[in-house]
Design a protein around this ligand. Structure first.
Ligand code: SAM
Length: 430
């Protein structure tokens, strides 16, 4: 059920004749009023990340902790929020070209309201996708499921909208062999590999990958990311670049009527599009200008290598735990896994010796981790022969040496990998 005030047709169609197409500008003020400066049917993409109906004031300090940015998101009732959005989205529709699209960012607090408003203004036949932006989060203070996604609604103005197909790499689980061989049918209509005159299997034409789905795995900016400017709810440039690439071409015009720290404008500028950013906060407009003057984008290792590679950096080494139930541990130099089974009421930790570690270093890192976790049993998987230690260039770890009064009840078992064991037998080294 929606409560916004219906606007009459003259409001929907209002234009100012002498307006010219503007571009690469930041406007300070309520977007409802400022959008009147933009000529109708001139914008290719509108992305908006309005307040999410969280019923709180969002505040955050910049990196140097010299300035606090904030914006209000307090409405008291759904109807006020719905009406606020409805009036502005109605205006946005008039600014879009017939080939243009709108992407509206929200989360579980108001996605039902946003979808209703968009259906009302654009029509459900112009609904294209609900994009789920998912990211990893590690803690949840509240009872319930950990929220780790937001919603972005994609509507086009007409059915004739600009859309650039984007392809993603195949997943590790894809049987590439099957995809890369040309197939045909035999006389029993069974699918078989196509062969040439000499009986060789024919290769299929190069495949572009998998068409982009509506679930986007893009990391949230981590607290130390250089790209982070300290604006509350700042979105990653990677997310905006993907949206821009999908529905616009170079020199197209992108509008963000709630631009905050200017992420959309920076993404548009980096991808050779024109932009208009609007925000009612002076701080936000100044910050957006500063970012446009000196854009900084965090390169995401995760995006380059894929989440699997990132999360399971030691997946090869962990193969030696096949048959044992364990939870992998990421980004901890002291441990790679914790066994599901406990020993003497304490967790059993596993560390795999890295190429860059001597056995002694690896052992010490595991011992330190065991102390922190009050573990009484640890397994160190040895991957290199001990006498090779002098060949390893030890990492400059600042690890602690075992104190003399070390807890004798904590035991580290050293287990060789099968590979090392076989090599040792063949080469007969000690
Ligand atoms: C969620 S933040 C946008 C964050 C932005 N996407 C970023 O990456 O930094 C919402 C912004 O909308 C602005 N805002 C709220 N009401 C507005 C209005 N009526 N007109 C223009 N801006 C408004 C707030 O000042 C705030 O900066």
């Amino acid at each position: 059920m929606f409560y916004y005030v219906a606007l009459n047709v003259s409001d929907k169609r209002r234009t100012t004749p002498k307006m010219i197409t503007m571009a690469n500008q930041l406007l300070l003020g309520d977007c409802l009023e400022k959008m009147n400066q933009i000529a109708d049917s001139t914008v290719d993409l509108i992305y908006l990340d309005p307040p999410f109906f969280t019923e709180r004031k969002h505040k955050l300090k910049n990196r140097q902790r010299t300035k606090e940015f904030s914006f209000d998101d307090i409405w008291k009732q759904e109807s006020s929020y719905a009406e606020f959005l409805h009036r502005r989205i109605l205006k946005m529709r008039t600014l879009l070209k017939d080939t243009g699209s709108i992407f509206v960012h929200c989360d579980k607090m108001a996605n039902h309201i946003v979808r209703g408003v968009l259906d009302d203004v654009f029509g459900s036949d112009c609904f294209q996708s609900e994009i789920i932006w998912q990211y990893k989060r590690w803690s949840n203070a509240k009872k319930g499921l950990l929220p780790s996604h937001q919603n972005i609604y994609f509507y086009s103005k007409t059915q004739d909208f600009t859309f650039n197909k984007v392809f993603m790499p195949y997943s590790e689980a894809t049987n590439l062999d099957q995809i890369l061989q040309r197939r045909t049918r035999d006389k029993h209509n069974k699918s078989i590999y196509a062969r040439d005159d000499k009986g060789n299997i024919q290769q299929a034409d190069a495949k572009q990958g998998v068409p982009l789905s509506d679930v986007w795995d893009i990391p949230y900016l981590n607290p130390k990311a250089k790209e982070r400017v300290g604006y509350p709810t700042q979105k990653p440039l990677l997310l905006l670049e993907r949206i821009i690439d999908l529905v616009t071409n170079e020199n197209d015009l992108v509008l963000d009527p709630f631009c905050g720290s200017g992420t959309t404008c920076v993404a548009a500028s980096l991808t050779n599009r024109k932009y208009i950013g609007i925000d009612q906060s002076e701080d936000a407009v100044q910050l957006s200008q500063a970012r446009l003057d000196n854009p900084i984008k965090t390169e995401s290792t995760l995006m380059k290598k894929g989440r699997k590679a990132f999360e399971n950096a030691n997946v090869d080494a962990l193969q030696c735990l096949v048959g044992i139930e364990y939870n992998p541990v990421h980004r901890n130099q002291g441990i790679d896994a914790i066994l599901v089974e406990h020993h003497d009421g304490t967790p059993v930790l596993v560390k795999i010796q890295k190429d860059s570690e001597t056995l002694q270093q690896a052992r010490q890192l595991l011992r330190n981790a065991m102390k922190v976790k009050a573990s009484k049993m640890g397994f160190l998987i040895q991957t290199q022969p001990a006498q090779e230690e002098h060949k390893v260039d030890p990492k400059p770890y600042t690890y602690k040496q075992d104190p003399p009064d070390q807890d004798v009840s904590a035991t580290i078992h050293i287990v060789e990998t099968v590979e090392l064991s076989i090599k040792r037998s063949i080469n007969n080294f000690l």
